[in-house]
Design a protein. Sequence first.
Lengths: 111, 115
Amino acid sequence: NAGVTQTPKFRVLKTGQSMTLLCAQDMNHEYMYWYRQDPGMGLRLIHYSVGEGTTAKGEVPDGYNVSRLKKQNFLLGLESAAPSQTSVYFCASSYGSQPQHFGDGTRLSIL
Amino acid sequence: AQSVTQPDIHITVSEGASLELRCNYSYGATPYLFWYVQSPGQGLQLLLKYFSGDTLVQGIKGFEAEFKRSQSSFNLRKPSVHWSDAAEYFCAVGGVWNTGNQFYFGTGTSLTVIP
């Protein structure tokens, strides 16, 4: 009963490098979300998806791209990492307006 | 625009004492309301939710919350705090279709429990 799984759990990047964060859910949820969590700022929505093949921008989308090629997966990409993207990233999924299920997070440091 | 305010950044209570965490929201209609808890190094876990009906909702771990429409508030309460309740607590609103299925989170309240 995995729920929402995020990989990797930790990563250190150099400025300008690229990487992809993977989120997988096994609950057949339609909606998936990527958030970043920074001290004193709560969770801020980066991008979200309301179904396979669809994506939409959230509150802080700049510098990130996403893809939802399969219903169970939601990928978050950083094309050219910047120190300002150092954060903890959370993926969540939900069924309609029901509460979200969260992964355990990815701790990303950009040097 | 929708927003959620948690006025208390940090709260310290003694074990066994009662607890109330405040949450105010700004929204054009009655929203769906949630409280989540986050332990260090973990994701967020749902404590309780309010969709409609009885304005006093019960959640897990002995928590409850009361929706007050006139005050645009959804405060979280627990009659007797345990040391294991020390964590970060987030209030959230949204989930309805006309918000684009987005959820809006407060900035969180950190709870410290002292023996």
